[in-house]
Design a protein around this ligand. Sequence first.
Ligand code: F6R
Length: 616
Amino acid sequence: MCGIVGYVGSQDSLGVLLGGLKRQEYRGYDSAGVAVLSNEGELVMAKKAGKLQMLMDNLTAHPLASGHTGIGHTRWATHGAPIDVNAHPHLADDGRLALIHNGIVENFYEIKAELTARGHEFVSETDTEVAAVLLADNYAETGDLRTAFARTVNRLEGAFTLLAMHANEPHLIVAARHNSPLVIGFGDGENFLGSDVAAFVEFTHRAAAVGQNQIVAITPDSVSVTTFAGEPVVPEEFDIEWDASASEKGGWPSFMAKEISENPDAVANTIRGRIHDGMVVVPEIDAFGPDFLSGVSRIILLACGTASYAGLVGSYAIEKWAGIPVDVQLSHEFRYRDPVITPSTLVISISQSGETMDTLMAVRYASERGAKTISICNTQGATIPRESDAVVYTHAGPEVAVASTKAFVAQITALYLIGLHIARVRDTVPEALLQHSAQELSDLPAKLAEVLSVGDEIRTLAKWMSDSQAVLFLGRNVGFPIALEGALKLKELAYIHAEGFAAGELKHGPIALIDHGQPVFVIVPSPRNSAEMHSKVISNIQEIRARGARVIAIAEAGDAAVLPFADEVIRIPLAGPLFEPILAVVPLQIFAMELADAKGLDVDQPRNLAKSVTVE
Ligand code: F6R
């Protein structure tokens, strides 16, 4: 949530700021703004509620004076409605100081009361303006932006990334990070700041993540980092692997369409370098030596939303292969149940963004109590991997559409890699099974490419169903989390009431929902892999069909048993029992996208949602 960009250099800063905000649109926002220090030494600003385009139209109608230092922000409202006056930047010191903020300042009431008592006035309802005015107050006393900023951040509580600049110090931006993301981009005669590297990837591939409780000051020729206490820090640089075009649509009608088409690459890139001589070896875990895994007696998977469904799929595989009990817990519930954690607990967090606050807090909680932690993450330099013992990056590439698609299949792939790695190290399954499973993983990209060809069939189905009031999804075993994910995608994208159920649960209540014409997607397990499960799901289909349901079956090629009972059958290629769900989810992703499209909705940025949920 919230995108932040800062620039100092020789380019016209407005173009850099708007480009950086555009590439961070996926983070979710409801207003946008920029402030620039003009060549004449004036601080000029524009901000607007609504989409970035509204700010850009406003800037066309009322251009800002140009300048080479600037900050830009997309806001997702927390304190104060999403209206122009609450958008960032916020000004102070008679309009000579501008500040932007991502997060929540928890002690803002107290500070606001003090500042009000000293005669300061406020124009917005935001916690951010309080930080801006506090900074101005400290500046009035110190006359030095760096000193005033350090004093300010040490006073604030909560979660914040702050960027600020002052007209008196025209080639300087100061920034701080506390429980909220911030990265630096190193240029030549110019430097950048962003919520993530998308902010500046068009201009530089050299980046560094700012650590917790650190302050950064950038000028065109220097970057300095210190702790909140003033100790110097040497930032750890990394190379950004993807380029700006990877975060652009590349001819697709939406980012979501592009990202669904990238499912095969997401899996191929996540496997790359992690299968050696037909066996899975995850170097990032191997580096810790065998002791890291030898004492593990329980695994907890922590995640939210789609990532938690990836966790559920992964839990079946890891438990089966590694022979270790695996629980999946929603990150936001985890801490509040006083979970039993010991040094033999391995916590694997799953997060596309690596910034989800609920998951970050859960990982911190587990790690403080002695658990070993592995992060599965898609975003380099994000906070959760930085705070985990080991990180297994999914290499799905940037996921811009707010609803997750390719990251989901990449997350399951990473969980399978970890499961097979643990099974090999602990010698829990025969080598032949390890090799066969590694081969199944390697075969997935080609099979996923085949599934993508069902697009036209599903488009027709989606158009036909665009008036549906509710859609149900059923699955059994690893098909169950896929039913949950299919339902979540439809809720998010098409705003249709949708529920996923374990097929066996049907007769314990949900079957009461079945009425004439009720559409139900059923994920049918392969009869080759389990005749028993297959016939149970066929019986479930018969039960709902008899009550008038309209059944859309997702079944493997050649499964003729579904034909008499299904109104529509969507075929997926043959795969092993644990690998079917990775194929079965793709038609559901396409269905939700097509149905949303048929309803004329914005599939990339559904209402009320943010890509990166950085508040609890
Ligand atoms: C749904 C979706 C969300 C995320 C969840 C966790 O399409 O994208 O449910 O999966 O908010 O986000 P990350 O993976 O960034 O921790």
